[in-house]
Design a binder for this molecule. Sequence first.
Ligand code: PEP
Ligand code: MG
Length: 797
Amino acid sequence: MTEDTQHVIDFADVRRQDVGLVGGKNASLGEMIGALKPQGISVPPGFATTSDAFRAYLAANGLNERIAHELESLAAGTSSLQEAGERIRKLVLGGAWPEDIAEAIKTAYRNLCEAAGESDVPVAVRSSATAEDLPDASFAGQQETFLNVIGEAALLKACKRCYASLYTDRAISYRNIQGFAHDQVALSVGVQQMVRADTGGSGVMFSIDTESGFPDAVLINAAWGLGENVVQGAVDPDEYQVFKPFLDNRDLSPILEKRCGAKKIKMIHDRDGTPRNVPTSKEERERFVLDDDEILSLARQAKVIEAHYGQPMDMEWARDGVTGKLYIVQARPETVQSRADMGTLKSYAVKDPGPEILRGLSVGSAAVAGRVSIIENAADIARFVDGSVLVTSTTDPDWVPIMKRAAAIVTDHGGRTSHAAIVSRELGLPAIVGCGNATHVLHDEQDVTVSCAGGEEGVVTAGISKIEVSEEALDTLPDTKTKVMLNLANPSAALRWWRLPVEGVGLARMEFVINGAVRIHPMALAHIERVTDADARAEIKHLTAGYESLPEYFVDRLSRGLSRIAAFCYPKPVIVRMSDFKTNEYADLLGGRDFEPHEENPMLGFRGASRYYSDAYRDGFTLECQAIARLRDKMGFDNVVVMIPFCRTPEEADKVLAVMAEHGLTRGENGLEVYVMCEIPANVLRAAEFAKRFDGFSIGSNDLTQLTLGVDRDSDTLASLFREDDPAVLRMIEMVIDEAHKAGTKVGFCGQAPSNNPAYARYLVEFGIDTISVTPDSFVQVLRNVERAEAGKEDVP
Ligand code: PEP
Ligand code: MG
């Protein structure tokens, strides 16, 4: 050892390239403290012991040879992993601190206490291995962490235990599998002033959407107390998502998602300082851990950190319960999406799924069918049947060997940033986490299908279903003159389409978002006193708990649901159509029965424009308008275009536009465009008059075919007569395209016809349509057919 060997280094003096000296974790902490403080990133202060100190410790205690000997006997098969591991750990723990190293640690600790103005400041003591957290080796948490360590003696003991944790059974086997030489890996201990998250909160944050790789959304998970529960997945945390591009504008609040997690437990400190889990209060369970300002502040920090490192990042954060201040306590590169193959888009579809058994948060977008293998605790992992669906309460690094051999993973607890979720994502397995009671409801050897293909919620269904997988190469897609857009209905799955070269969203049916994200009739929220059904009232009370008012629930849920659709292709246009339920469908919403008349022909009844200015629905429409205004003005999604469905006359159009203007949606103001559906023959026959009132038409072939041919679109008996390529229907379409263009108005197409039959796109191209909007599964085929039609070539069969 030379005179100037450094045993301890202050985080402020560490830089990211110091991985060999202090390990990846500590190097990135130092980097943040040194380089990002001026940009508003708060990292608790601390110091790290160096790899030199670790090597000196081994040498001074003569441990190198003895450890090598134990590893040799493991390799030779004369001792088991458990035996060799235990003996090595004992050797390391039994060593004595060389005086100079102990002194260096104690001095650094005293300096930390002095700076904090406390005599024995509590610290978090974390292991940072010099080969951990490399992009290819991110099986997080291989080594130990000790929280709330107080005083010099306890600190030295914790450091020794960190050293020993370089030789846990799983760390040894992990290095064997990864091919890391044991003596090439050293251990640095990070000592960081504790954030009082025991009385505050903490969690995990990613600078991208972990499921789709969408680069413009930050994902934050949050729970009460210390962060270990979120990392391990022992708790079902809150989940928030924020749209990054708008974060620099302090007037906007671009929070795409706020989901309140169950948060049944929290980790606090015992009187002697030992961390311990306790149940949360009802109030804590029902309340969000972070308020909007805190969510935005953390997301801004994620953006700064990502920009600094020049790559997507995975971070841990904590909020001090005493000062309320937010800190970043860890940061490392995100490893899954950043390595994913961006050239292709794989989609899964489950054919004829069986009855639903369970649901939870989906990880990834894959689906798989298989047999259940329930493992309740790590001691039983030998019982796991290879290739089966692993069902468990939660996982930790001990579970990785069987997770690698699983077809899918289903857990009772945990959020999208839990250990189970992170490892599943790395392994490319579908996983459903936080199901609540998977280990109770499912049984061993049960045949199930696990699907994450439907968006944010994953579903386990009974039986082995067929799964169709399609893979599209994205780099060979043509650029066409007639642009192709998407029809989207599911906000939770919207982000996954970000890599498709879409021109925007041609139709987002608001009623679908109301059904999924709101579930309550807007009139029932505006006039709860008129809801007579006691069960519905109780359910409404339950769903709206925590919201400042019932109308606020509607506006909040709807604007956030729509925001995900508006975000994935921003700034391309997203056409949101105001609600177009039929009376029977409105009546099926919670509390809906008291507000809807019975109609013999709902398809021809009180729907679309006629509702919006009527006394019977006006207050409901007000809430729809408020949600759109919030989405555009407060959240920032000025790419949202409003569309009016089923507008029978130009006079109706005038009334609706006037009501919208009363609620801050004036056509032409703040760039607001308003479209009208062309789906009634009257829209075609009076196209010139409609064109004066709107910025564009969107042709709905479903209703237009029904009303041109007089064929009920839902009738099985008449299905063969329901033809969108009937000459009468095609004539209608051609007429309205001509009229619209004569008036200088845009005209697109959003009916189902080209989605069902991509060859239909040829008619539209030949008539000179401006845009065609289709469901995501048919996007690529339609795009290719548009290209061929534009080039005057035959369709690809
Ligand atoms: C249509 O009528 O073609 C249309 C797109 O609207 P919906 O199917 O929602 O009635
Ligand atoms: Mg329609």
